[in-house]
Design a protein around this ligand. Sequence first.
Ligand code: GLU
Length: 488
Amino acid sequence: MEQQPIRVRFAPSPTGPFHIGGARSALFNWLLAKKLGGTFVLRIEDTDLVRSSRESEENIKEALHWLGLSWDEGIDVGGPYGPYRQTERFPIYKEYAEKLLASGQAYYCYCTDEELEAERQAKLAKGEMPIYSGKCRHLSEQEKAKLVAEGRKPTIRFHVPLDQQIVLQDLVRGLVSFESNGVGDFVIVKSDGIPVYNFAVVLDDSLMKITHVIRAEEHLSNTPRQIVLYQALGLPIPKFGHISLILGKDRTKMSKRHGATSVQQYKDLGYLPEAIDNFLALLGWAPSGEQEIFSLEEITKQFSMEHVAKNPAVFDIDKLNWINAHYIRQATSERVLELAWPHLVKAGYVDDDVTEDKRAWLVKVTTALKGYISYGAELADHMALFFEDEFTLETEEAKAVLQHESVPKVIQLFEEKLTALEVVDEAAVKGIMKSLTKELKLGGKYVYMPIRVALTGKMHGPELIEIIPLLGVERTLTRIKQTLAKYI
Ligand code: GLU
């Protein structure tokens, strides 16, 4: 028999900032599609009319593009099974709800929220499972007419068959089974005619010929409802894979308390998309070797659902920073500067009218600094070195460096040699530093350290031979004089 081509989908609800967990679900689906030569569909689940917004939808699309996760079918690009936005599919849901009503597998429920709550409480008080009793299933036509006359607007409930095992062979979690008696007749269409998620998702996945549903573990409890609907409609059931929750380092569910949770926040902080993809892939997928740095292409080659772990994934920001720092070092300085730009504007170091010369200088400064940063925003902190001519010494230890007896002659000779230079570049400055140690017969520490501290206020940082040409002779000497006047 010919193998059915795989079709996966990412089906976000556009109800707020695009969460990093959503991006991981999108990535895993995308990877599976690429790996197996399948189709990746983007569907928008916007049936929550109050919370959904086009702005949030735009935000999701932008983030997916940024992460390099383009879709083969779905909103914007179209495809044979559209429309791909649920609010444009209401007639389809209506047609299927009517089918279920006609076959007696669904029924109108006229209970009010208060009645339902009272029933729930009564069941709980008796120690019973608080599931709907199904009482509206037995209403006569006369009783229904009376309730309608009272002005009640019914919901449509699905009648869940009793005494059945609902069995799921989950691609991540293995065999999971549910008792149908614990599910209870659930609403599939609300009283305002809007279908609920569990109903719409089944119809969409089925009509869009989705073969694998890879989504977050929090949807596992919805799956029995979806399976019984597939069965009632006589539709083939896709394979499911529920990927683990993402926890913070304290092992509670990742939330705002743990720091940035949306893709946009990471983008704004100046993280690189390839680093985010790499990091997200490792949140659940465990490659066989020790390697931790992977391009999207390499991940695609190695990815398989068998290596997606069942245990929760822990969001370790230090690891993300480490991965991002790796990609920053590999990126061109122009790109890193671009990433950091809004932060440099905020710090008052640049504005959008910088001259070509200044931009070229900024690129060189970025080259000197990019080995020290984990993400773009940090470049602004490190750039202070090149913008803030007034500073205080960072520590007592730094002060002590300037107090050493050899400092005046080191500085004096350095000044002489620097002023005499015709071309001030790294090689020339390196030459000066070497000759200082030689002529003064001092260890490197006694030459480099006082100059560094007097020039930057700090004991560590980028190479002096890089900093000095970038600052220029005049600023270098003015700074040193200023510090010495203040501290010795
Ligand atoms: N719209 C649902 C969500 O964003 C999708 C769940 C699913 O993938 O089935 O959580």
